[in-house]
Design a protein around this ligand. Structure first.
Ligand code: ADP
Ligand code: ZN
Length: 611
C-alpha cells in the first residue's frame, strides 16, 4: 500500500490543477482514504463536490482511475472539463465510432490517461473485463451508486454486474458515490458492490446557499412568468406534475419572451438530449420539466427551481430543489402551493388499488403538506426529514425565517369572512371564488356585484378594516384550517365547510397568523455564497466565456464557472499574478484564458472611464 501524500501536497495539487484553495466538507478525508487504498462509501449532497474525490487522487498517482457512470450524455462534458484543466482523461461509450474507440484503447494501453469514464454496459461487453488487468487500474469510482438498488428511483440493472470487477481486479479499491441514499439503498450499495470494510462518509444535507419559499398558488402560469421576469439573467427549472403542463408552461413563458423548452419522457430521446444540451450551454434559459429531467442535470449555475405543482414526497422535492446552486452561489427554490392541489393528489391516492402503496403515498403526501403549511423554518423541517437536526434558526434562507409570521386574534375576521360566505350562498345558489368574497367584504362597487345583487346582502362592506391582500391571506388560512372548503376545479370556488359552520356556532376564539412588520423583524444573516460584483462587467465576461465555449464546442461552465466570473468581476485583476489567485483558476486555465479575460476587463475599464 502506498503512503498517502502529505496534506500540503494535495492542497497544492488542488490549487495547481483546479484553482481551489480549500476542500469542501469530507473531500479531504475521502481523498486521504482513497490514496491509502481503502474502499470508501461517500454520501454527499448534490453540489457537494463528489467528482473531486476521485479526480484528485487520479491526478496524484500514476495509473488509471475507472469512473463508472450511467450518464452517457454527460461523459463528454466531464472529460472536456478535465482536459480544460490539463488533465488527461477520456471516455468510452456507445456514441463513439469503432475507429474512435480503437484509438482510445491504444491510448489506454500506452498509459496516456489518468481517468476513463465508462458506462457499465460497455464495461461488461465480451472481452473487455479480461483486458482490464493490463490497464494499470488504481481505483474504481462508481458514480451515482444508488443506481444499483431497486429501492432507489434510478435502478439500472447493468449496475448489478459491477461486482464481477472484483474478480478481474482483485486488489483495486472501490469508491462508491451518491447523493441519494436511504438506509436501505445504502446497505444495497455496500453489499452489491462487495465493498470491503468500507469507510463510510455522510455529509450534512444542508444546502446553505439555497433559499426555500412557499408561495400561495393563484394563477400559477402568470406567477411563474412574473417571477422569472424579475430574475432576467438567471437560468432555472420549472417542475410540473404532467407532460401537458410542461408544454403549456413553456408556451406561456415563450409568449412572454422567455426562452423556454419542455422536457418529459414522452418526447423523442433525440429531442430530449438536444434540450438538455441547450440548457447546459446557456442557449435556453428555462426548462419546464417533469421529474424525468433529473440525474443528468449537471449545470452548475441553475439559479432557481420552481415547483408548479405539489411534489409527491419530500425526498423527490429535496433532490429536485438540489439542482439549484451546485456552484455554491445563492439559488432560489419556490413551491407554488394550494390546498386544492393537496386534495387533488389525495383523490389520486384513494384510487390506488394496492393498500401498501396507498398507505406509503398517503404518509408521504402528509409530510409534504406539513412542510408546505408549517410556519417553522423550512430548512430545519427538510433536514429533520433526513434525520438531521438544524437549530441555527432563523436560517436566513427560507420564507418563514426571512418573513416570519406572528399570531393575532382572528376571531372577528374569521366570523366576518365565514358569515359572508354563508350569506352569499343564501343570496345566490351558485358558489363564488375567493376574490369575489373579498370584493363583497371590502364593499367593491363592481358591475358583477351589482348585477348579482351582492351589494344588498348584510355582510357587504363589513370588512373595510383589512386590505384585499390581508383578506386573501385570511381566506387562504381559513381554507388551510378546514373552516372553508375549496373546490379542485380550474376556477376554484370557496364554500363553508361543516367545520366552519360548527365553529361559527361555537363562538370560540381563533388565532390566525400574519407577517411581522418589516421594522420589527430581527436582523437576519445573509444567505451563503453571494459574491457581490459589478453586474455589468459580469455580463461582459459571460459573453466572452460563451464565445470561447462555442468555439471549443463545450458548455460555458467548462471554461470558468460563474463563481470565477463573479470573482473576476469583483476583483478586476490587472495582471496574470492577480488573475492566478482567483478561485477556479489553475495553471492550465491561467495559461489558456487569462490574456483574453484580462484584456476584456481592461477594455471595459477604459470604456467606463470614457463615459
Ligand atoms: P456533485 O457531483 O457532488 O454534485 P460536483 O463534483 O459536480 O458535485 O461539484 C460541484 C461544483 O463544485 C463544481 O462546479 C466543482 O468544480 C465545485 N467544487 C468541487 N470541489 C470544490 C472545492 N474544493 N472548492 C471549490 N469548488 C469546488
Ligand atoms: Zn429557515
Amino acid at each position: 500500500m502506498k503512503k498517502p501524500p502529505e496534506r500540503e501536497s494535495m492542497l497544492a495539487l488542488l490549487k495547481r490543477t483546479f484553482g481551489y484553495t480549500s476542500f469542501r466538507p469530507l473531500q479531504e478525508q475521502i481523498i486521504t482514504d482513497c490514496m491509502a487504498g481503502q474502499d470508501v462509501f461517500a454520501l454527499l449532497p448534490t453540489g457537494g463536490g463528489k467528482s473531486l474525490c476521485f479526480q484528485l487522487p487520479a491526478i496524484a498517482r500514476a495509473g488509471l482511475t475507472l469512473v463508472v457512470s450511467p450518464l452517457i450524455a454527460l461523459m463528454k462534458d466531464q472529460v472536456d472539463g478535465l482536459q480544460a484543466s490539463g488533465v488527461q482523461a477520456t471516455f468510452l461509450n456507445s456514441t463513439l465510432s469503432a475507429a474512435d474507440s480503437k484509438e482510445r484503447f491504444r491510448g489506454l494501453y500506452r498509459g496516456e490517461y489518468r481517468l476513463l469514464y465508462i458506462a457499465p454496459e460497455r464495461l461488461m461487453m465480451p472481452g473487455f473485463l479480461e483486458r482490464l488487468p493490463e490497464l494499470n487500474i488504481q481505483q474504481i469510482a462508481v458514480d451515482e451508486a444508488h443506481c444499483i438498488s431497486e429501492w432507489g428511483h434510478d435502478f439500472r440493472p447493468e449496475y448489478r454486474q459491477l461486482a464481477t470487477l472484483r474478480e478481474h481486479l482483485p486488489g483495486v479499491p472501490f469508491l462508491a458515490l451518491t447523493a441519494t441514499a436511504t438506509l436501505r439503498v445504502r446497505e444495497d450499495i455496500v453489499r452489491l458492490l462487495q465493498l470491503r470494510d468500507p469507510r463510510c462518509y455522510t455529509a450534512s444535507f444542508n444546502r446553505p446557499n439555497l433559499t426555500y419559499r412557499i408561495v400561495p398558488k393563484n394563477k400559477p402560469s402568470q406567477q411563474v412568468v412574473d417571477w422569472i421576469q424579475q430574475h432576467p439573467d438567471d437560468s432555472g427549472i420549472v417542475y410540473c406534475a404532467s407532460r401537458k403542463s410542461t408544454e403549456a408552461v413553456a408556451e406561456k413563458l415563450k409568449a412572454a419572451g422567455i426562452p423556454a423548452l419542455p422536457y418529459h419522457a414522452g418526447l423523442d430521446s433525440g429531442v430530449r438530449d438536444k434540450t438538455q444540451e441547450k440548457f447546459l450551454r446557456d442557449k435556453v434559459r428555462v426548462i419546464c420539466a417533469t421529474v424525468a429531467f433529473g440525474m443528468g442535470v449537471h449545470k452548475p449555475n441553475v439559479r432557481f427551481v420552481i415547483h408548479f405543482d405539489l411534489p409527491k414526497n419530500i425526498e423527490g422535492y429535496y433532490q429536485e430543489t438540489g439542482r439549484a446552486g451546485r456552484d455554491g452561489i445563492p439559488g432560489e427554490c419556490v413551491l407554488l402551493y394550494s390546498s386544492a392541489d393537496a386534495i387533488k393528489q389525495r383523490t389520486f391516492i384513494e384510487e390506488k388499488t394496492d393498500a401498501d402503496e396507498q398507505r406509503i403515498a398517503r404518509d408521504q403526501l402528509q409530510q409534504m403538506i406539513h412542510y408546505a403549511e408549517s410556519s417553522a423554518c423550512r430548512r430545519s423541517t427538510l433536514l429533520a426529514y433526513f434525520g438531521e437536526t438544524f437549530s441555527d434558526v432563523p436560517c436566513g434562507g427560507c420564507d418563514n425565517c426571512i418573513e416570519p409570521r406572528e399570531q393575532f386574534d382572528g376571531t372577528v375576521a374569521a366570523q366576518k369572512f365565514l358569515s359572508c360566505l354563508y350569506r352569499l350562498r343564501q343570496a345566490s345558489r351558485f358558489s363564488v371564488g375567493l376574490n369575489h368574497i373579498i370584493e363583497v367584504l371590502t364593499g367593491s362597487a363592481s358591475e358583477k356585484i351589482r348585477r348579482w345583487g351582492h351589494d344588498k346582502i348584510s355582510t357587504y362592506g363589513i370588512g373595510k378594516e383589512h386590505s384585499r391582500t390581508e383578506w386573501q391571506a385570511i381566506g387562504r388560512e381559513l381554507i388551510r384550517l378546514g373552516l372553508c372548503s375549496q373546490s379542485t376545479e380550474r376556477l376554484s370556488t370557496v364554500g363553508l365547510s361543516d367545520e366552519g359552520t360548527a365553529w361559527l356556532k361555537s363562538k370560540t376564539p381563533l388565532s390566525l397568523t400574519r407577517p411581522i412588520a418589516a421594522k420589527a423583524r430581527a436582523a437576519r444573516p445573509r444567505i451563503e455564497g453571494d459574491i457581490v460584483c459589478d453586474e455589468d462587467l459580469f455580463q461582459v465576461l459571460r459573453t466572452l466565456r460563451r464565445e470561447i465555449a462555442d468555439e471549443r464546442n463545450v458548455p460555458p461552465y467548462i471554461i470558468f464557472t460563474d463563481v470565477t466570473l463573479r470573482h473576476l468581476a469583483a476583483r478586476q485583476p490587472k495582471s496574470e499574478e492577480e488573475f492566478a489567485e482567483l478561485p477556479g483558476v489553475g495553471e492550465r486555465k491561467l495559461r489558456d484564458f487569462s490574456l483574453l479575460f484580462l484584456s476584456a476587463i481592461n477594455d471595459w475599464r477604459l470604456a467606463k472611464r470614457r463615459n
